[in-house]
Design a protein around this ligand. Structure first.
Ligand code: PBG
Length: 344
């Protein structure tokens, strides 16, 4: 726009951007991005065989729940008006194939059943679908000795893609049967969305949507989660299946592939260090986009706030707003319930 005293115009040769910033009401009216409780999803951990919730030292304020404390937390989450929960289970017994992930009496499936019975459809119940919390080796898939010439994790083994898909298919059915509204595969095996879609359809769960962790990076920001979910790899790391942080175009390929395989919605993870990816994915697709503000993002801000180095509430809301501004419709965040209360 040119000339006059209009929005950008001026009689003195410069624009007066301050006009629309001068009162809280004007700023509220002209805010381009809004953050609402319904945009937020709370990740929760439920652990088998404990009587009291267990604090997670690297995530102050976050606990490993008992089934009972989780039920209470879920009611509070519903009252706060958040969009949903995503569940992670920690079984007492782990084995090579992660049997407890699809056992009907496995901790996560029991918790899903209880929450669905308690809350019905009041909150969206998402099930994280992975094996790393359930395997004794801590990898997200089945492991197998490396074949000649293949240099695998730890030198001697590889995470074996295709046999893992059969496990994911079984876990998806178990989670849907337990009452999950949404299945969210996070293991980064190739073909996982197609395998899960086929399994769900074959078990009469055609209506159960898949939220694909489509662009999930091999990130140092998952550190505290591995204490929370007790799923640290016992050898090697996840770099042979999760995405390499320098890559951006590849995220668009992963997203396109997951959509072609039948994903209903896609996720980028972590969030704050990958806002460029969130923005590019949101531009590229016309399905709902989520971003996961992960454990390390939570821990670093909590640590700074505990030292008095940042204003906690202000910084938390700023990060959530930034993730929405980049293009994510939904934010998975450990601050979901607290932020929802601030926003009301
Ligand atoms: C399991 C999974 C992880 C997270 C979510 N699902 C850990 C990992 O991939 O190592 C991380 C969440 C967080 O850090 O908050 N595959």
């Amino acid at each position: 726009m040119t000339g006059g005293a209009g929005a950008g115009g001026t009689s003195r040769g410069f624009a007066r951007g301050r006009r629309l910033r001068s009162t809280p009401a004007l700023r509220r009216l002209t805010a381009q991005t809004r953050l609402a409780p319904a945009d937020l999803v709370l990740p929760v951990f439920v652990k088998e065989g404990i009587d009291e919730p267990q604090p997670i030292s690297s995530m102050p304020g976050v606990v490993q729940h008992t089934t009972e404390s989780l039920r209470k937390a879920a009611h509070e989450a519903a009252e706060a008006g958040i969009g949903g929960l995503i569940l992670f289970g920690i079984p007492s017994e782990k084995d090579a194939v992660g049997s407890q992930a699809d056992a009907a009496d496995g901790i996560v499936n029991v918790a899903l059943q209880q929450l669905r019975a308690d809350l019905g459809d009041e909150l969206v119940l998402m099930a994280d679908l992975c094996l790393c919390e359930y395997t004794d080796h801590g990898h997200c898939g089945l492991i197998t000795p490396a074949k000649g010439g293949v240099r695998g994790q730890g030198g001697a083994v590889v995470v074996d893609n295709d046999p893992t898909l059969d496990r994911y298919a079984a876990v998806a059915i178990a989670q849907a049967q337990a009452g999950a509204h949404v299945i969210a595969p996070s293991g980064m095996m190739d073909g996982q969305v197609a395998a899960i879609r086929r399994a769900l359809d074959g078990a009469a769960f055609q209506e159960t949507p898949i939220l694909a962790y489509a662009a999930k990076y091999a990130s140092g920001f998952y550190g505290p989660f591995r204490e929370a979910a007790e799923g640290a790899p016992q050898f090697g790391d996840r770099s042979t299946y999760q995405m390499d942080p320098p890559n951006a175009d590849e995220a668009l390929r992963e997203v396109a592939q997951d959509l072609a395989e039948g994903a209903d919605a896609v996720m980028v993870k972590p969030a704050l260090p990958y806002l460029d990816i969130v923005a590019r994915v949101a531009d590229a697709v016309d399905v709902p986009v989520s971003a996961y503000q992960v454990s390390g993002e939570y821990a670093m801000l909590e640590a700074a706030a505990a030292n008095g180095w940042v204003d906690r509430q202000r910084a938390v809301l700023e990060t959530l707003t930034a993730i929405r501004r980049a293009g994510a419709g939904t934010v998975l965040t450990y601050w979901a319930v607290e932020a929802a209360r601030w926003l009301r």
